[in-house]
Design a protein around this ligand. Structure first.
Ligand SMILES: [Zn+2]
Length: 150
């Protein structure tokens, strides 16, 4: 997978004009079969949320969501803070979606600006570190602060 320069990847970068629901069904079809995908679609379309939330994180230059149930992870959707796992089919939650918690918009911008100073995409990671921690890590590796202050 090629990493476009200058940005942290989100699900929006992968949808290629498709709706989120279509993208999920395509992934389910790839992993299971058309029948299973068709069975999942009503739950996906229902847009009901389970009382559970997970935090988006940056992993190797991509915003991702890790499934709270299985080992699955998918790109995170910047503009729709919702996650539907195509690995476990949200079965633990009766097919309902998981809410995704993103940092405040200002912090997303600061996190991305700091991480983009790191030359290797594999070094662009964030789970819950403070802005000060990210800046310290950049300084330790000789990377710029990207004009961000703590
Ligand atoms: Zn899962």
């Amino acid at each position: 997978m090629t990493q476009p320069l200058g940005k942290i990847i989100t699900l929006e970068d992968k949808l290629d004009g498709h709706r989120l629901e279509e993208w999920l069904v395509a992934l389910i079809t790839a992993g299971y079969d058309r029948v299973t995908a068709a069975q999942c679609l009503p739950f996906i379309e229902a847009q009901e949320f389970a009382p559970v939330a997970v935090q988006a994180e940056v992993n190797a230059g991509r915003w991702i969501v890790r499934c709270p149930t299985c080992s699955g992870a998918q790109p995170a959707y910047r503009t729709r803070h919702a996650f539907w796992c195509v690995s476990c089919l949200q079965s633990r939650f009766g097919g309902r979606w998981t809410q995704v918690i993103w940092p405040e918009v200002n912090d997303v911008t600061r996190i991305e600006r700091i991480l983009m100073q790191r030359p290797a995409p594999t070094m662009r990671n964030w789970t819950n570190e403070s802005i000060a921690d990210l800046l310290r890590e950049n300084a330790e590796h000789g990377d710029s602060d990207g004009g961000v202050t703590a």
